[in-house]
Design a binder for this molecule. Structure first.
Ligand SMILES: C[S@@+](CC[C@H](N)C(=O)[O-])C[C@H]1O[C@@H](n2cnc3c(N)ncnc32)[C@H](O)[C@@H]1O
Length: 211
């Protein structure tokens, strides 16, 4: 069992010392994170000042997180003879997803959008490529962009607490209507025959009106 698993076990442990250790160390970590991480402070800002627009608060991401989805999408465009697909990474965080898509589809134009101001600033500062574009979800640029051949919505249509808090009987913070309304908007930006790719999601796509 690695340290992470051992630590998680403390949360469910029957001993008071175990529970207390988990509770206190978690609080200390969150306080440290607040001072260390701009992205985390920005997530909290979104959570409290854009509660309706902000879905997943966590900004965790990594390179090549979804190899199967990226490979299948690449195969689809090859089959359809779409040589320069225009792609949106919705909830791109710090840009690793955009870079991964570009690796699988070297001729693509990839747009990344996120509600977290600090994540988008990070992308704009660190990722310089004429085929890659980054803008905030609440910006006018996002409103006017359309004609995407694929929209990736990966680990964005979710709220961690909706899954981890056992006492919670129904979703709060990010609810089904938010999911449905956002997909209605994204659908308008997708070309006919385009791909809408959703993963790590709190709700069922088949339940929404436009499915
Ligand atoms: C867990 S990260 C996922 C990053 C990446 N898509 C991945 O799967 O590796 C979720 C991201 O969604 C962003 N997000 C949350 N609500 C959003 C919204 N309404 N519009 C755009 N991005 C949003 C968060 O700021 C965060 O960066």
């Amino acid at each position: 069992m690695n340290i992470k698993e051992k630590y998680k076990k403390l949360k469910k442990s029957n001993s008071l010392v175990g529970n207390l250790t988990y509770f206190l160390s978690r609080r200390v970590w969150l306080i440290l994170k607040f001072f260390i991480s701009r992205n985390y402070r920005s997530s909290l800002w979104d959570k409290y000042f854009h509660p309706k627009e902000s879905f997943q608060i966590v900004t965790y991401t990594k390179m090549d997180r979804y190899p199967l989805l990226f490979k299948e999408s690449s195969n689809y465009f090859i089959k359809k003879h779409i040589t320069q697909p225009k792609i949106l990474s919705f909830g791109c965080s710090t840009g690793e997803e955009v870079l991964s898509i570009k690796n699988y589809l070297p001729h693509s134009i990839v747009h990344g959008t996120d509600i977290n101001k600090k994540c988008i600033e990070h992308c704009q500062r660190n990722i310089v490529d004429t085929d890659l574009f980054f803008y905030n979800r609440l910006s006018n640029e996002f409103n006017i962009e359309s004609n995407f051949d694929a929209i990736f919505c990966l680990a964005v249509f979710q709220r961690t607490e909706n899954r981890t808090k056992k006492s919670r009987k129904k979703a709060t913070g990010f609810v089904f209507n938010d999911f449905e309304n956002e997909l209605i908007e994204l659908n308008k930006k997708l070309n006919i025959g385009g791909l809408l790719i959703i993963d790590h999601c709190d709700f069922n796509f088949a339940d929404i009106k436009i499915s």
